[in-house]
Ligand binder design. Structure first.
Ligand code: PLP
Length: 444
């Protein structure tokens, strides 16, 4: 592989770090090429976004067809066939009764829309004292100030603390780290009881909602809830009249084997937020999906005081619809389950060789492994060894992209996400492992 010229334009401000990176030229399926001709396997679908793979011809056709018709219609003036069709399709994929869809351009907007609908619903039914949104630590719900106030990720929030009303947190159900059996329903109840205690401590009539990532994303490293947790949390919320919001920004879109990650269990939310795989990286797209009676109550009191200029953009909606059509036509969710199980077995096999892999977890094509200094004590990697950049560079130099998450501020875990597109074949799992294993060996 040639060494790419990593000098980037100074005018381009990067996120978190100005670590230079190669210039993307083109992408197809699970592969991406830079302008020097180097080929990469997209082993994390970007940031768990490009679920259906790159340059899907059906989606590109749908985009071209929509562009020939219209690319913008302001939501106060028009709906479009694309936005109507995507709303109906999305509602049909959600739980019965969750039949109202509000389009946005990304995950933070989807989360904030969910929180704002919840608050306006509380006002509409005469419960103005409810405003607190309890979330989990660690968690990630977005970077805008409203979403950041509920995100459990200290180093991202710290600079802005004087500008935000930081919301209460409960521990994420990290059974592995806390030494509990994730398959024991008592574990799920234990973490749900912590929520119950938190709501009581805050004062139930002040608590508006509880938000969780059904299958954790970057924040918890593909954390799968312990047995009974999702149902127990639903019961706790109902007991206190607290709304339940599912942040499906990363777990939605099919990657866990179901269109919404929480559909792997039985409990329904009241409101959900989805993005990433919803537009699959072809366009900026997200949505809030809500129970119809919540929306009706808000509309009856004068309307939803919220909105974004690009909400319901026709190109974005036509693309989102084509993405779902492709997921269904190619049975990608079934492949995410079966090939994801193969990939997980391969990652688990690595534990025999590399003692610094503490845990392998996740479901479908949303997988992660956690790195530790000692597997038995779960002692975190010492700071000097937190050479994540080294490990991702090792993978990178072998043509594999994986997604690192380093613990910063509070122990959030040091993990790497392996989450290739849902179209990945068993042979391509082999290609991923052929690059990942030597990268880990070079890291050790
Ligand atoms: N919620 C979750 C679970 C996420 O993973 C993310 C992004 O990683 C967000 C919200 C924020 O999405 P965006 O970056 O599109 O605003």
């Amino acid at each position: 592989m040639t060494t790419p010229d990593r000098r980037n334009a100074r005018s381009h401000l990067f996120y978190q770090t100005d670590h230079p990176r190669p210039v993307l030229d083109r992408a197809e399926g699970i592969y991406m090429w830079d302008t020097d001709g180097n080929r990469f396997i997209d082993g994390s679908s970007g940031a768990m976004v490009c679920n259906i793979g790159h340059s899907n011809p059906h989606v590109l056709d749908a985009m071209r067809r929509q562009m020939d018709k219209s690319t913008f219609g302001y939501r106060l003036h028009f709906v479009t066939e694309a936005s109507e069709a995507l709303a109906a399709k999305t509602a049909s994929l959600a739980w019965p009764g969750m039949d109202r869809v509000f389009f946005v351009s990304g995950g933070s907007e989807a989360v904030e829309s969910a929180v704002k609908l919840a608050r306006q619903y509380a006002l509409a039914i005469g419960q103005a004292s409810r405003w607190k949104v309890i979330s989990r630590f660690p968690s990630y719900h977005g970077c805008t100030l409203g979403a950041l106030a509920i995100t459990g990720y200290d180093s991202l929030a710290d600079p802005f603390l004087p500008m935000m009303q930081v919301m209460p947190k409960v521990p994420a159900p990290r059974a592995w780290l806390d030494g509990f059996n994730p398959d024991d329903p008592a574990t799920g109840r234990y973490y749900a009881d912590l929520l119950d205690q938190k709501i009581r401590a805050e004062g139930p009539d002040t608590v508006l909602a509880f938000i969780l990532e059904p299958v954790g994303g970057a924040s918890t490293g593909a954390l799968v809830p312990p047995a009974g947790y999702m149902e127990a949390v639903r019961e706790v919320c109902d007991r206190h009249g607290v709304l339940l919001i599912h942040d499906e920004v990363m777990s939605g879109g099919g990657r866990t084997g179901k269109f919404f990650g929480a559909q792997n269990w039985t409990a329904a939310p009241d409101i959900l937020a989805v993005s990433k795989g919803f537009g699959a990286g072809y366009v900026p797209l997200g949505a809030m999906v809500a129970r119809g009676d919540l929306v009706d109550a808000v509309l009856a009191k004068g309307g939803f005081a919220h909105g974004f200029t690009y909400a319901g953009n026709p190109l974005a909606c036509a693309t989102g619809l084509a993405v779902i059509e492709e997921i269904e036509r190619q049975d990608m969710m079934a492949n995410a389950s079966s090939t994801g199980a193969l990939l997980k077995a391969e990652l688990t096999r690595l534990m025999d060789r590399f003692p610094f892999i503490g845990d392998v977890r996740g479901m479908g094509m949303l997988l992660a492994f956690e790195l530790v200094a000692d597997r038995d004590t779960k002692e975190p990697l010492p700071p000097a060894l937190k050479a994540f950049d080294k490990l991702t560079e090792q993978a990178y130099s072998r043509g594999l992209i994986i997604y690192p998450r380093r613990s910063r501020g509070g122990y959030a875990g040091d993990h790497l996400l392996v989450a290739p597109p849902m179209i990945t074949t068993p042979a391509q799992v082999g290609e991923i492992m052929d690059r990942l294993e030597p990268a880990l060996a070079a890291f050790a």
